[in-house]
Design a protein around this ligand. Structure first.
Ligand SMILES: [Zn+2]
Length: 222
């Protein structure tokens, strides 16, 4: 799928899946896709069930929209207020084609405690290493939040955002959405394990073996 209208519709459809699957609530989440040298991103403050492909905002990835915020944007609506970390991830990491941001209950609960997710389950390897880090806190939509998120995402396909939510990325929208579901499942498992005892953490060697297997069957390669 590469036609721009198809990509725009894919963002609309995925936003609705975020809410119907319980990953997100209301209009808090947002999704972006790479289309050539452009970023397509869900619009600000638009209920998903009223969102159409024409409402998706667009901007260039090779010219900094911070120079004149909003002025460089195309579309009838303003982009998501969180466009900065979407734009920076797509701009600075060419392997990424899709970015998903949401406020899932268990990811966000751990982020409120400012906990990283350690290697409490082998599926942590789906996010590129032996943990998923929690980025420090900054006001939503701020450049500081984008910088903190980029740091926490280094070498990873996901991060938590302190007192806020989470981000996942992928080489496709399907992969980024799959990671969003898996990250919330992992957060729920870790949260529940913490209720009843001290989680046993897998070793770096054990996670390295999982990373090699994931790369071998292509589920997690990028
Ligand atoms: Zn948010």
């Amino acid at each position: 799928m590469s036609d721009e209208n198809d990509l725009r519709q894919a963002i609309v459809d995925a936003c609705n899946v975020l809410n119907s699957s319980g990953i997100n609530q209301g209009t808090a989440g947002n999704i972006s896709l790479r289309h050539g040298n452009q970023m397509l991103i869900s619009p600000s403050a638009t209920p998903y069930d009223q969102m159409t492909a024409e409402m998706i905002a667009a901007t260039d990835l090779d010219s900094d929209p911070t120079a004149t915020p909003i002025g460089h944007w195309q579309g009838p609506r303003k982009p998501s207020t969180e466009w900065r970390f979407h734009w920076q991830l797509l701009q600075q990491r060419p392997e990424i084609s899709a970015v998903v941001h949401a406020h899932p209950p268990f990811c966000t609960s751990l982020a409120i405690l400012r906990k990283d997710i350690p290697a409490c389950h082998y599926m942590v390897a789906a996010f590129g290493g032996n943990d998923v880090k929690c980025a420090g806190y900054a006001t939503f939509g701020s450049q500081q939040l984008a910088d903190l998120a980029l740091t926490a995402m280094a070498g990873r396909h996901a991060c938590l955002l302190a007192n806020h939510g989470m981000i996942t990325v992928g080489t496709s929208l399907d992969q980024a959405m799959w990671r969003a579901v898996e990250l919330e499942a992992l957060a729920r498992q870790y949260h529940q394990a913490l209720q009843i005892g001290e989680p046993v953490i897998l070793s770096t060697g054990e996670i390295d073996e999982t990373l090699a297997l994931f790369a071998g069957y292509g589920r997690n390669d990028d």
